[in-house]
Design a protein around this ligand. Sequence first.
Ligand code: GLY
Length: 576
Amino acid sequence: MRSHRHSVILLLLVCLLASSALAAPMHPVHAPHAMVASVHELASRAGIEMMQAGGNAIDAAVATGFALAVVHPQAGNIGGGGFMLIRMADSTTHFIDFREKAPAAATANMYLDSSGNVIENASLVGYKAIGVPGSVAGLAYALKTYGKLALPQVMAPAIKLARDGYPLAWEDAEDLRDNDLAKFPESRRIFQRNGSYFQQGEILRQPELARTLERIAKNPDEFYHGLMAREIATAVQKGGGLITADDLAQYAVKERKPIRGTYREYDVISAPPPSSGGIALIEALNILEGYELAKFGNRSAEAVHLTAEAFRRAFFDRAEFLGDPDFATIPVAQLIGKRYAAGWRETIDPAHASTSKDLQRPAVFNELERYARTHAPTTTIREPENTTHYSVVDGSGNAVAVTTTLNDTLGSRVTLEGLGFLLNDEMDDFSSKQGVPNAYGLIQGPANAIGPGKRPLSAMTPTVVLKDGKLFLVLGSPGGPTIITTVANILMGVVDFGLDIQESVNAPRFHHQWLPDELRLEAGMSPDTVKLLQNKGHKIQMEHSWGDGECIAVDPKTSERLGASDGRNNGKPVGF
Ligand code: GLY
């Protein structure tokens, strides 16, 4: 994903260029039965193939997930982790946490030098940045527990794509020209042809990955307990990383209770910790429920201002309270409570932007304040804006939302010899050091300090929305911290402003994350609106674009599946 910062001086130019810069589809893809929306058409097709063969949405999601590991090596993965939210047609919900874990030898200060300074790139590039991957365990668990088809059948499209290859899009070829990738000989050989870079339209074949996928299809447990586990551990340690065979053997998928809230007359089901996504999303929506946003108009200065103020407050709490729930007590009920949101609402001035550093929690919520005071000063973390999301709805109305990641584009850039897949740099999602602003300015509490066996805090926000108790929206996006606000933007576009799902995915996004105290706006926001927001006191940061909404709506009247892939990228929903 490419995100380009532009100076405020370029504001007018950016706004003028906006309509041509984002060549977005105008309408959702319509299908009577089933739909998969993902960043790559071939991955969407892999999922559809499963449903046409009698599989359900979970079979399709697992097929799409493995296919993305082949055709979207930037973020699709078997060497990373993610979250799968399932909402079955019988109304049951399941949340599968297959987030990476810190190795047992990880320590709080492992990315600091002897003077206590963060070692540049240590948590981002190379073997030490790798967390214990969860994707293979997560996808295999989902299939075994909720799917209908066998793993070899579901993985067949991915294996074929790896063996036979697929043509690279221009953006994919560009992403593979990555300087850090060139630092690792196996990555350079496979993805950069030893410096003879792939061009648009050329075929990328991955025979080592095909063999690895075949081994996983026969026995996914080999990744964690068998020969493959030993191969992974040996290769990572040879490169200076910490992962041992025991770390892999100890890895466990967790089923967690999804976060649930309501927004106006809709039910919102989303990701619980170790994601911050569901809590921050529902907290912001709870604050916004007190305003008649529709009367201000879509992307009006009033609506953007109030929404940004809600985001500011939700991210303030995210910074303080969120981390791995197996290691920290998180006051979830208070944070997603309507009373707490009403308290926050009273602190919002409709005419003026708040100042992030002066934000005070509503006084009535002593319990949260007491909790906050027991914490040490805040810590900081850089959060890369990559990842990938895919959504699935099957013919029976089962829905799956999966967000999965290597963290950065192409993760740690490490490909293990003979195995053919990229490993994550998810260790960077922990806070490496207390009190130092990172590249993205995000601040987090000690709940997200590095610890052995701990899962790093995530922003991934796979989300399902119900209308009158029936499946209505399946949502998600990549984008680091902007994931949460992108999902909110898309949800509110449909719910508050009556956009269809494609219009809502297309609409210019805005993002506030408390610190840095700036309102990020995508190109395409009206210059008049930008001026009005500046007049309210917002410090504006114009950017080209971010995120990749891969979403599905179900038409309440016709039950049609409406797939929306983001024009900001090359995704394509496929339905039948
Ligand atoms: N690494 C991106 C996320 O988990 O939010």
